[in-house]
Design a protein around this ligand. Structure first.
Ligand code: SIN
Length: 514
């Protein structure tokens, strides 16, 4: 029997911080990721940066910006926790412990940038590769820690719970609790359990359930599906944030950071006319949901497949220095952003909802925590303020890791479980590919930026039928990472669609018309 005190599933920023925090509080930690490298998921793709503090800034000011962007749906005490603890943890963990090299001005002060709906510039960054530089620095610390064991290339199949997996029938009368997970080694495909006093889910986002997304291929909504099946409460899943500006061409979507607008970039129609100033007092820096819908409407009005983001009026050398990743990506795709505007469209970017957690990262299942994008802390409400996600990952990762470590001695019941029944039916990869296309197209067309009840009902029918099919072959199949992801993807798509169908009022990122 493999046993660990704390199992963290997912190695993005939240998972790494949780692992470090638990290990530093004396726990023996196993950090599991389905990818081959710890540097994976959404964290390394985050361009904009992380909130620190601006000049003449205060936790109160930040709180007001978050509440405004969240459109009346934020959990205020969670926002307080983020605003009060966040900047201090950035100093302690990112500056002092991990030595992240954030960009500085000639004066030696940190360079502060602005993004949508922030009342002051308060975001620190490393050019447009902020997530990558933070992630690398934190992973370095994780690799050095003797209490952290790393298990890459392993995928979680299901969480182990007293209600579902205990061989003791009387455990059904206990409070529902998680005591680890079934995993597979992606190469050998054998399923085995790991028992853990506590499990911390840090599986990241779900963008891959949409046709167009800024998320990497591994963002398949695993954590929502694992929690849903285990019986942990998930909520606010209707609030899928669409990033307003991703590079548009026929085959590609690529994040064009909001920091481009923060540094002066403007959105224009195909004829060069600006359109945001008539829509919101913050113009090009309005909250994301408002900008994304304004772009969508402009595309409809102008009968054009995209709008444009123009920063070409700035000095070329400055553009290349400030946004090297964006510059290179666009140039590779035939657009020189120093000379011409960037074609952009909205894409699915971030799930504001997720597995509901307390201020300490505890879910509704005993011994299960969730941190990072998979969790719903209540900070983001109906629409996330830019650059809060990395900060939330640091704050909740730190707190949940510490909390789990402090409860090791009380969270220690491990029941007998029945052995896993293995099957080895081969699944044609064409089925998996086509099923993903069905999920992605259904979610994009019917549960996208603009929703109607009819579209949501249609999506429900399609997804439920597909889920039946997938479950049918899943029951007899050889377990593979691809099959597990597909099963999770369809489950998460259904969870998002159900939450959306029940949410009849437009708010923040959820926009429904009759
Ligand atoms: C961006 O750089 O626009 C993305 C940052 C974020 O999603 O907070």
């Amino acid at each position: 029997m493999i046993q660990t005190e704390i199992m963290v599933i997912g190695s993005g920023l939240a998972g790494c911080i949780a692992a470090l925090s638990a290990a530093e509080n004396g726990a023996e930690v196993t950090l599991v990721t389905k990818t081959k490298d710890l540097i994976s998921g959404n964290t390394p793709l985050a361009q904009g940066g992380i909130i620190y503090k601006g000049i003449f800034d205060s936790p109160q000011k930040l709180k007001q910006d978050i509440l405004k962007a969240g459109d009346g749906n934020c959990w205020e005490i969670a926002v307080d926790q983020l605003c009060e603890l966040g900047p201090k943890l950035v100093e302690d963990i990112l500056f002092k412990k991990c030595n992240v090299n954030f960009d500085k001005k000639n004066s030696g002060d940190l360079h502060l940038t602005a993004e949508g709906a922030h009342s002051v510039p308060r975001i620190i960054h490393t050019k447009d590769r902020s997530g990558l530089s933070i992630h690398k620095a934190v992973v370095n610390e994780v690799l050095k820690h003797k209490n952290i064991k790393i298990l890459t290339n392993h995928t979680a199949v299901d969480l182990l719970t007293l209600s579902h997996h205990s061989a003791n029938p009387l455990d059904i009368y206990e409070k529902p609790a998680c005591f680890g997970a079934y995993l597979i080694n992606n190469d050998e495909c054998n399923v085995f359990p790991i028992f853990a006093n506590s499990t911390i889910l840090a599986t990241g986002g779900l963008g891959q359930i949409y046709l167009h997304t800024t998320n990497p291929s591994e963002a398949t909504g695993d954590g929502i599906a694992l929690s849903w099946r285990a019986g942990a409460r998930c909520f606010n899943l209707q609030y899928i944030q669409f990033h307003p500006t991703t590079f548009y061409n026929e085959h590609d979507r690529f994040l064009i950071s909001e920091a481009v607008r923060g540094e002066g970039g403007v959105l224009v129609e195909k004829n060069g006319k600006q359109f945001m100033q008539d829509i919101h007092e913050f113009g090009n820096l309005a909250p994301r949901d408002i900008v994304a819908r304004a772009i969508h409407q402009t595309m409809l009005d102008t009968e054009h497949p995209c709008v444009y983001l123009d920063i070409s009026f700035k000095d070329s050398e400055w553009i290349k220095m400030r946004f090297p990743t964006i510059y290179e990506h666009c140039l590779y795709n035939g657009v020189d952003i120093c000379k011409e505007p960037i074609p952009v469209v909205p894409s699915a970017h971030y799930s504001c909802g997720g597995v509901g957690v307390s201020l300490k990262g505890r879910t509704s299942l005993q011994r299960l925590y969730a941190v990072g994008e998979v969790a719903c802390t209540g900070v983001h409400g109906a629409n996330r303020l830019a650059s809060t996600s990395l900060l939330e990952a640091v704050v909740w990762g730190y707190i949940a890791g510490k909390e789990a470590a402090e409860h090791i001695s009380s969270d220690k019941y491990f029941p007998e479980i029945f052995p896993w029944n293995s099957y080895d039916e081969y699944i044609d990869p064409a089925l998996i590919k086509q099923d993903w296309l069905t999920i992605k197209n259904t979610m994009w067309n019917y549960v996208g930026l603009v929703r109607t009840r009819q579209r949501l009902l249609r999506a429900t029918t399609i997804l439920r039928h597909l889920q039946n099919e997938i479950e049918h072959f899943y029951q007899k199949a050889k377990m593979t990472r691809e099959l597990i992801q597909l099963r999770n993807g369809v489950q998460t798509a259904i969870a998002v669609t159900s939450a959306t169908l029940e949410s009849r009022v437009s708010r923040g990122a959820h926009y429904i018309v009759s």
